[in-house]
Write a protein that binds this ligand. Structure first.
Ligand SMILES: [Fe+2]
Length: 465
């Protein structure tokens, strides 16, 4: 009772400070219901259930197969024998026998220390019609499973679309809560900001946890595309175990449409969905001057056409603006390298994860500094992106409850809770952003929300609250 009263008091104090005239302090939410990390769900949890039937396709997931949404790449695993890499698909019927189109995919597998993967299939379906619903099926010759997805609408300046924003998900009971809340909120595609399975937290990076994670998220990612970002838990670089190829499990399992985006590696790429141009950056691949990622991003920013895709969204794993003691300033070198480019390009939103809590920034930049002038203070800048950290998916490492004090001026709202967010683009000028904490039972209740105005179409409007 006393604790509850104290929390209410803190909440009141926080609200009072936020409302105080003449101050522009951000909010450090005192809401807290649970700080301890929960364990990973056990292998026999129902969310990890194997599909029934001999050699049944499992771990089914889809992602965009090209830059503009007329292709979808379907991936799955067969455990007992290779089986077929063919996908049948069509618009009319969920019955695989009536699906008129088919595509033949490729097959791969890999070993990691003492683990050997199942047969991993990737098959890209092309020639899709924007906005249309397709049924698709695989597993021919043994056990056939069928699913469906809706192709994202054709890119254009006023095409509404709702993204889910999830990061650092893992496979704990909290992760399951996050995914369920997201499903209830009804996004049409997920921008995933890295750290998927956390298999590397186990001895020998137990890769069976890559398999269980993919079975866990299948209920969403088999039905709508998720766009992948690489986090540190995708590295799986373990020379002490003889594993010296970075991103080995990830690259075998999770393709990205990087070639369509002119990228030479799957870790940085771009797609266009509805009114958004989404750029994915790689925090754990080289980004210094003249590196492939640096060169690619320079060219990519020139290709963005805000008349066609008004919303420019950038994803990365390690945040540039983060006022939490955990992973503090780990994104700093990338910020120094690229921040001025993003400000010049009038990027609307930068999404990151890595820090296991939630934080949203005001529009600030810190681009004036050079080696002699000493100007190293973030300042208000209406051309700058809003930075959002959503590393709060609920993984095994627990919550990052160590915010720096005082709250820096650029920080608008921060809270140490698990959750997910949505970004709902309405038209070329307005998008509704909302963060949902897991412990709110009412799915529609947003713990933090803001109307974002487009930096290209409404550059002088201050939505920096
Ligand atoms: Fe991370």
């Amino acid at each position: 009772m006393g604790t509850a009263r104290r929390r209410l008091g803190l909440l009141f104090l926080a609200a009072l400070m936020a409302a105080a005239p003449g101050t522009h302090a951000g909010i450090t939410s005192a809401y807290r219901r649970k700080l301890e990390a929960t364990a990973d769900m056990p292998f026999d949890a129902d969310v990890f259930r194997l599909p029934t039937g001999y050699n049944a396709p499992q771990q089914v997931h889809i992602t965009l197969g090209d830059q503009a949404g007329t292709a979808m790449t379907v991936s799955w695993v067969t455990a007992s024998e290779p089986g077929s890499s063919t996908v049948r698909y069509g618009r009319g019927s969920p019955d695989p026998r009536k699906m008129k189109l088919s595509a033949r995919g490729t097959r791969t597998r890999y070993s990691y220390v003492n683990y050997t993967s199942g047969f991993i299939h990737h098959c890209t379906l092309t020639g899709l019609k924007h906005g249309a619903k397709y049924y698709y099926a695989m597993g021919f010759g043994h056990t056939v499973r069928s699913f469906s997805f809706t192709v994202p609408p054709k890119p254009g300046p006023d095409v509404p679309f709702k993204f889910g924003l999830i990061g650092d998900l893992g496979q704990t009971f909290d992760s399951n809560s996050t995914l369920s809340h997201y499903e209830s909120n009804g996004g049409a595609a997920v921008l995933f900001v890295g750290d998927l399975s956390y298999a590397d937290t186990y001895p020998l990076h137990d890769n069976r946890r890559w398999d269980s994670w993919a079975r866990f998220v299948e209920r969403s990612v088999a039905y709508q595309p998720w766009l992948w970002t690489t986090g540190n838990h995708e590295l799986d670089y373990a020379p002490e175990l003889g594993e010296t190829t970075p991103f080995k499990p990830f690259t075998h399992r999770y393709p990205t449409p990087h070639r369509a985006a002119g990228s030479t590696e799957p870790f940085w790429y771009s797609v266009k969905i509805a009114s958004a141009h989404v750029i994915v950056l790689a925090s754990y691949s080289a980004y210094g001057k003249y590196t492939p990622q640096w060169t690619w991003l320079q060219d990519e920013l020139k290709k963005v056409d805000r008349e066609v895709t008004p919303w420019l969204v950038v994803l990365m794993h390690s945040p540039w603006y983060n006022s939490n003691g955990y992973h503090y300033m780990e994104g700093e070198t990338m910020r120094v390298q690229f921040e001025s480019w993003l400000v010049d390009a009038k990027v609307d939103v930068v999404l990151a994860g890595h820090v296991h809590s939630y934080e949203r920034s005001k529009r600030f930049s810190n681009v004036e500094y050079d080696i002699v002038n000493g100007k190293a203070t973030p300042v208000k800048n209406l051309h700058a992106p809003v930075y959002i950290n959503i590393g709060d998916g609920g993984n095994i490492e627990g919550i990052a409850n160590n915010f720096t004090k005082p709250q820096p001026a650029y920080s608008a709202f921060r809270e140490a809770s698990f959750g997910h967010a949505t970004l709902e683009i309405m038209n070329r000028t307005h998008a509704y952003y909302a963060w949902h904490r897991n412990h709110d039972g009412a799915m529609a209740a947003a713990a933090d929300s803001v109307w974002l105005t487009n930096r290209y179409w409404m550059p002088t409007h201050d939505d920096s609250i």
